[in-house]
Design a protein around this ligand. Structure first.
Ligand code: ACO
Length: 327
């Protein structure tokens, strides 16, 4: 059969923890400000000896273990990231290092929406019958690109990785509905842009060379966008699933800000006990945040097989989307 099933999850975070108190020695801020405005208490930061790929591999291996699937069985690996170790793509390196010799691998970039966009993309390959076993990873190391002098953004982000294993099933399709959106007219709200300097190679031949970043963000605009668009896109995905928000067991939002989580839950009339949240410990880990929170909830026994989950990612692009699925 060509239905989509979820058979494993995994996650990995770096060892080093940066608390709000310690962060307030780097920029002019306070634990009180960060906690009350965002709900974040600490975040993990990748050390110079480790890479995004290392985190992604650790998350992938733990998801494969839960799925009880050998890497050689994988047909496809999708790596959702905006912070690849290599701009040509990092998915192939993961494919080689985990020994997924048969799998095709590619990167997918949609900022904090990357995991939801990747979940829908992976599902299309399964539904068409093209691929049977798919590894989807969300991994980001935004600490590399944050402006550590900008207190309005550097307090928000952390590093991490999460993964799920998806498989074709003869039973019912567990992806019940989805809706994906983009609005590039609001691109300037949140950017990690290329910054090149002009360089003349010879008369009449001028190019630019440089690097990326740092991250720039209009926090108020991003906040307004999220609180308005996320409930809409979840409603649309629920409609496609022929469901109402009352039938949802868990609301699994991109972990950007506790106030955004609370506002979205309230608009959808979803009880706060059904809202998965771990951003106090990790901050905003971009494409990793949804699979990281999912994996913690699965391993703690909160999310059980058959539970209905409404997941929604939102962020730079701007991009946003929702997927309603059964674990
Ligand atoms: N510590 C202390 N004071 C601060 C800090 C800080 N870390 N940051 C800003 N302030 C100050 C500001 O300077 C301002 O002072 P002023 O009134 O004297 O000018 C005051 O606090 C209020 O600042 P606001 O920006 O108005 O604060 P706001 O309540 O809007 O909260 C926040 C800011 C937390 C960034 C909020 O807007 C937010 O969460 N937005 C969404 C951001 C987000 O989630 N982005 C990621 C999206 S996902 C992705 O794709 C990466």
């Amino acid at each position: 059969g060509n239905g989509v099933a979820f058979i494993g999850s995994g996650s990995a975070t770096p060892q080093v923890t940066l608390s709000n108190e310690t962060l307030s020695q780097i920029v002019e801020t306070s634990d009180e400000w960060i906690r009350t405005r965002t709900g974040i208490q600490r975040r993990r930061l990748v050390t110079p000896d480790r890479t995004m790929t290392d985190l992604a591999i650790a998350a992938a291996q733990s998801a494969l273990d839960m799925a009880n699937l050998a890497a050689t069985e994988l047909d496809l690996i999708i790596l959702a990231t905006s912070t690849a170790d290599d701009l040509f793509g990092s998915a192939s390196l993961i494919q080689a290092q985990i020994g997924a010799s048969r799998a095709v691998a590619f990167d997918l970039t949609a900022a904090c929406s990357g995991f939801v966009f990747g979940l829908v993309t992976a599902s299309q390959f399964i539904r068409t019958g093209a691929y049977r076993n798919v590894l989807l990873i969300g991994a980001d190391v935004l600490s590399r690109w944050v402006d550590w002098g900008d207190r309005s953004s550097c307090v928000l982000f952390g590093d991490g990785a999460g993964a799920v294993v998806m498989q074709a099933t003869d039973e019912s399709d567990r992806l019940l509905g989805f809706e994906l959106r983009s609005d590039g007219s609001m691109n300037a709200c949140l950017r990690l842009a290329y910054q090149g300097e002009s360089r003349t190679l010879m008369d009449g031949v001028t190019i630019t060379q440089g690097t990326y970043g740092p991250i720039t963000m209009n926090g108020k605009e991003v906040y307004r966008f999220a609180v308005q668009r996320v409930p809409e896109v979840i409603e649309k995905a629920l409609f496609r699933a022929n469901m109402t928000s009352a039938q949802i067991d868990w609301l699994l939002l991109h972990q950007a800000n506790q106030r955004i989580l609370d506002a979205v839950a309230q608009r959808l009339n979803i009880d706060s006990a059904k809202v998965l949240s771990n951003l106090a410990n990790y901050g905003n880990t971009s494409a990793a945040s949804i699979p990281l929170a999912l994996d913690e909830a699965v391993r703690s026994g909160k999310v059980k097989p058959g539970d209905a989950i409404a997941a929604s990612g939102f962020g730079a692009g701007l991009t946003w989307g929702a997927a309603i699925f059964q674990w």
